[in-house]
Design a protein around this ligand. Structure first.
Ligand SMILES: Nc1ncnc2c1ncn2[C@@H]1O[C@H](COP(=O)(O)OP(=O)(O)OP(=O)(O)O)[C@@H](O)[C@H]1O
Length: 587
């Protein structure tokens, strides 16, 4: 909570806190390089003045050896400074990425209802990259510029307080101007980043739905949407570049005018014997150093402002990390759930659609091992029941009980450890069949375990039929497999989990009769001895349930055995199933 109130600049710096030791080392080498850099004009001044004076005693060899030693130290320190800052930068970025990813993976499902995946991946990539450029590399350059600027100013004052006056007037004015420019750039950059995020979102949607895009010949629409976002970003970027270009042009003019004024005043001082030629030369070198460093500082400030948007978005996610209440003991020592489940007067609406009650005063007791079929028209609330069991959402009213214990007392992880879901269109990862099945295990799975469940799921035959067997790669989302094969892999995955509560979301699309039979047999094996909630559409599945629950607008309107409901000719069940019932009578 306190982090929210923190100054955004300090908050950003807090990201480098774990790497302070490395940064201090880098800083040490930086101080050495800055020190030598500031000494350099002294040597030049000394050299010029001794030449101008025609001093025969001057030991030029010693001066040259001293300079070579110093320059060697300078070179080594520069390399080490660069190494420490640069590597720390990569480490900071890796840490932020890992943390962001960790927080995002732990986010509740409602977060993903609100956010687009393209937008989220954009945060992981480009937002973090922007932060890298300013926070580490940029900060190191700025720090160095600051030290040079500070040291240079002191040396300018020592060399000639009178000439320094010009710079002392000029610098604050420039700084103030740079601040104004910085805030202008920040506004434009926010717009640019928003356009890029939008383009990322469009690209992600096009790629993930590429089959649909091509099947409907919508490539042109897809390209147009992407081009629009990119061109908007380009327009704002160009206007930003114009603004920066004008600023840089004006700034360089002012710098050279100031230099000219310094030389002119310096010449007057030399004529009055208040300054030597060497001192004026070193003064000009220091002025150039101070001006370049001030320029680097103002560049840095512009970038820093530019990246505030990205940092805010990153912190928004990091700060919203929910602290999981998972107790290791609960997960490992607590006995498994028996599968007894109760919904007690549950009312629920989705956070994104508050006006529609997906479930209303929903009460249902399910005995351990009982098989329930949920049926109802589309949008009746069947999937919502499943999502609440898996703890994806919490009901606004009423409560869920597992083994008579309120779900509020149990962690989501514990409940999920004893539950499994077979989705309508099973999600597979782009890995091997072995990996996809083993994914269901609560602990590490070996090939024998995976083969055993694959046999029970009637999947072993077709898997062994592939040249690579269990090592066969399934492609992104399992595109290289048929619908029935994916279903059986998902069933094997669920079997490996050995859950007490099973959720089956029956596919609405029909499989061919052979695949259908295999999937049904696999499901029969999977359901044995487990509390099962089937989101069912087909007569053949519904008839396997101990009890059928009929939902309408989030309410239970009928329940009972399939035989009983079949006789209630006026009820919703009969209405929903009439086609299939007629078919079953005629066969
Ligand atoms: N993520 C969501 N955000 C907002 N509203 C949702 C969300 N998911 C479902 N809904 C709404 O909640 C209600 C119940 O939806 P649910 O998915 O439970 O229906 P369903 O019976 O499973 O339908 P189907 O058979 O078509 O899958 C519907 O009005 C639906 O529009």
């Amino acid at each position: 909570m306190s982090s929210k109130k923190k100054n955004p600049h300090l908050k950003r710096l807090s990201l480098v806190r774990p790497f302070v030791k490395r940064l201090l080392l880098g800083l040490l080498f930086m101080i050495i390089t800055v020190g030598i850099q500031l000494l350099y004009p002294v040597a030049v001044s000394d050299f010029i003045d001794s030449l101008a004076d025609g001093d025969p005693q001057h030991n030029y060899t010693l001066l040259a050896i001293g300079m070579i030693i110093l320059l060697t130290i300078y070179a080594i320190s520069t390399a080490l400074r660069y190494y420490f800052f640069e590597t720390t930068g990569y480490m900071v970025v890796a840490k932020i990425r890992t943390r962001l990813h960790q927080v995002l993976v732990g986010k509740g499902i409602s977060f993903y209802d609100r956010h687009n995946i393209g937008e989220i991946t954009n945060r992981l990539s480009s937002d973090v990259e922007v932060l890298h450029d300013t926070l580490t590399t940029g900060l190191a350059v700025a720090l160095r510029a600051f030290l040079v600027c500070l040291g240079g100013l002191v040396l300018l004052l020592i060399t000639s307080p009178m000439l320094s006056l010009i710079l002392l007037v000029f610098l604050p004015v420039t700084m103030y101007f740079a601040k104004w420019v910085g805030s202008n750039i920040q506004k434009r950059s926010k717009q640019i980043q928003e356009c890029h995020a939008k383009a990322g979102k469009v690209a992600h949607e096009n790629f993930s739905n590429i089959r649909l895009v091509q099947a409907f010949n919508r490539q042109e629409t897809a390209l147009r949407h992407y081009d629009e976002s990119i061109h908007k970003a380009l327009d704002v970027s160009k206007s930003c570049a114009r603004f920066v270009a004008s600023f840089q042009g004006a700034a360089s003019l002012v710098i050279y005018l100031v230099l000219l004024a310094t030389l002119w005043l310096g010449a007057l001082q030399i004529m009055d014997d208040n300054l030597t030629i060497g001192e004026l030369t070193s003064f000009v070198i220091y002025s150039a150093m101070v001006a370049t460093s001030a320029g680097a500082l103002s560049d840095f400030w512009q970038n820093w402002q530019r990246s505030i948007g990205s940092t805010e978005r990153i912190f928004e996610i990091i700060d919203s990390a929910s602290i999981s209440k998972v107790l290791f003991k609960e997960l490992t020592k607590s006995p498994p759930l028996t599968g007894k489940l109760e919904f007690d007067k549950v009312t629920f609406f989705y956070p994104e659609r508050r006006q529609v009650k997906a479930l209303q005063n929903f009460s249902l007791s399910i005995k351990a091992g009982e098989k329930i079929a949920l049926i109802g028209a589309s949008g009746a609330g069947k999937s919502t029941v499943a999502r609440l069991v898996l703890g994806f959402y919490k009901p606004q009213e009423g409560e869920l009980y597992f083994d008579s214990r309120s779900s509020l007392e149990l962690s989501k992880e514990y409940i999920r450890k004893h539950s499994a879901i077979v989705e309508q269109d099973p999600t597979l990862f782009d890995g091997s069949i072995f990996d996809n099945i083993a994914y269901g295990a609560n602990a590490e799975a070996v090939l024998d375990d995976v083969k055993r469940v694959a046999k029970q799921a009637f999947a072993d035959d077709f898997i062994e039929g592939f040249p690579d067997g269990y090592k066969t790669i399934v492609g992104e989302r399992g595109v290289q497999l048929s619908g029935g094969q994916k279903q059986r892999i998902a069933i094997a995955r669920a079997l490996l989990r050995n859950p007490k509560i099973l959720i089956l979301d029956e596919a609405t699309s029909a499989l061919d009769s052979f695949s259908e039979l295999k999937v049904q047999q696999a499901l029969d094996n999977l359901m044995q001895g487990r509390t099962t909630i089937m989101i069912a559409h087909r007569y053949s599945t519904i008839s396997k349930a101990d009890r059928v629950i009929v939902l309408e607008n989030g309410k239970i309107v009928q329940q009972g055995t399939h035989e009983y409901l079949r006789e209630q000719r006026l009820g919703t069940y009969y209405h929903l199933m009439s086609d299939q019932l007629a078919e079953s009578h005629s066969t």
